[in-house]
Design a protein around this ligand. Structure first.
Ligand code: UD1
Length: 382
């Protein structure tokens, strides 16, 4: 009898970080693997599934415009109850700290199905920052049987949290995903993007021909909505004012709450590209082509160092201090002048730049998914 694994995911980062895990489980004849999408994200997950050539077995299609955390939680719980009852998985796999991951683990717990948690043990120790992710991952840890920790610090965090279940150090699956794309796929350079399709503003293409240093920026976090986002946008403008050779590439998240202020503040600037969300291949190409990254994304903090790019983190705290310790990322907050000063240093001081660009990636070596499959096999057959 094959072991039944159900891998549940809902958002783009979950899709990227679970893609290598899904591939490894599907290629292993001991397992029968079901992939269930909650549909928390639609277009942004579809892009990733296509790139990794993955199909889903079920889709709850819960997404609504301006969805609340309550909407996501109850629709996921309700939908997964039936699906888990039908499939009767031996183990459910969730990833990270989204509300999909939390609700999917709770749904499994209610049916006493063991849970494997990929990227377990990240902590900021402030349950409101990031919100709601810090609480989500803590809650998941309390009901998980197999914790797949990406780093030794994550292992220690789990030990300190007094969790039950087995803690395993696996590395982060994002490196597996990144290496697959970077090695096997043709990398799109920024000028080769399909601008007609992707870009919205402005009407000309200012960074063609390598004339400009490109800053790649992404912003989406809930705790940055409102004033912090205004401050970030003011900081980005200050950088553009000070450095006429800098262009900003800003792929916008689909969420209108972040998208509208961005368009209002930067939409008309002639060295700013606002684009639709880039697909993963384009994104990896954009990282390679950029000079440095300014972002509140966790995944980019893990990916950019593998490609030798410094990351300035637009947040007050981070659950990835490994990147800061290794010297590949710097936490700069959301205040306009702090953003200007930190970016200025890297744009003017080549030594400071090289130091960050050449630091070693602390997050993994691309073998996390293989380890996870083996651990699950030992656990279920043991
Ligand atoms: C979610 C996760 C966050 C993760 C982020 C990655 C939670 C609470 N938050 O935040 O941890 O870092 O995903 O992107 O789980 N939308 C679309 N199409 C899409 C995706 C989103 O139109 O494909 C729009 C919808 O209007 C939706 C809104 O974006 O209502 C917000 O999506 P939501 O999943 O609620 O929050 P994110 O900010 O994406």
């Amino acid at each position: 009898m094959k072991l039944k694994i159900c891998i549940t995911l809902g958002t783009r980062p979950e899709a990227i970080k679970l893609a290598p895990v899904i591939q490894k489980f599907r290629n292993d004849p001991d397992f029968s693997t079901f992939v269930v999408l909650t549909g928390q994200h639609k277009e942004m997950v579809a892009q990733v599934m296509e790139i990794f050539n993955l199909s889903a077995d079920q889709n709850l299609e819960i997404m609504q415009p301006q969805q609340t955390l309550t909407d996501i939680t109850y629709l996921t719980l309700q939908g997964l109850e039936k699906i888990y009852q039908q499939i009767k998985p031996d183990l459910v796999i969730v990833q990270g700290d989204t509300t999909t991951a939390f609700a999917a683990s709770l749904a499994a717990f209610y049916q006493k199905i063991p849970i494997g948690h990929v990227e377990a043990g990240l902590r900021t120790d402030n349950i409101f920052n990031p919100y709601p992710e810090e609480a989500n991952r803590r809650l998941i840890s309390q009901i998980t049987q197999l914790h797949f920790a990406p780093t030794t610090l994550a292992v220690e965090n789990l030990q300190k949290s007094g969790v039950t279940g087995e803690i395993h150090l696996t590395g982060n699956t994002v490196i597996d995903a990144l290496l697959t794309v970077a090695n096997n796929e043709p990398i799109c350079e920024i000028p080769n993007l399909n601008w007609e399709e992707n870009r919205m503003y402005p009407p000309t293409l200012p960074c063609e021909g390598g004339k400009f240093r490109v800053l790649l920026t992404t912003i989406h976090r809930r705790e940055n909505w409102g004033q912090p986002l205004q401050d970030i946008l003011a900081g980005l403008k200050l950088i553009l004012d000070k450095f006429p050779d800098v262009a900003l590439l800003l792929p916008m998240h689909k969420n209108p709450t972040v998208r509208e202020p961005i368009i209002t503040h930067l939409g008309n600037h002639n060295r700013v590209f606002l684009t639709e969300p880039l697909d993963y291949i384009q994104l990896v190409g954009a990282i390679k082509k950029s000079y440095l990254l300014l972002t509140d994304s966790g995944g980019l903090q893990e990916e950019a160092p593998s490609l030798g790019k410094p990351v300035l983190v637009l947040r007050e705290n981070t659950e990835r201090p490994e990147a800061i310790t290794a010297g590949t990322a710097k936490l700069i907050g959301t205040k306009a002048y702090s953003i200007l000063n930190s970016a200025s240093e890297l744009l003017s001081d080549s030594q400071a730049y090289e130091k960050m660009a050449n630091a070693i990636n602390p997050f993994g070596d691309g073998t996390a998914a293989v380890k996870i499959v083996k651990i699950v096999k030992d656990y279920l057959k043991g």
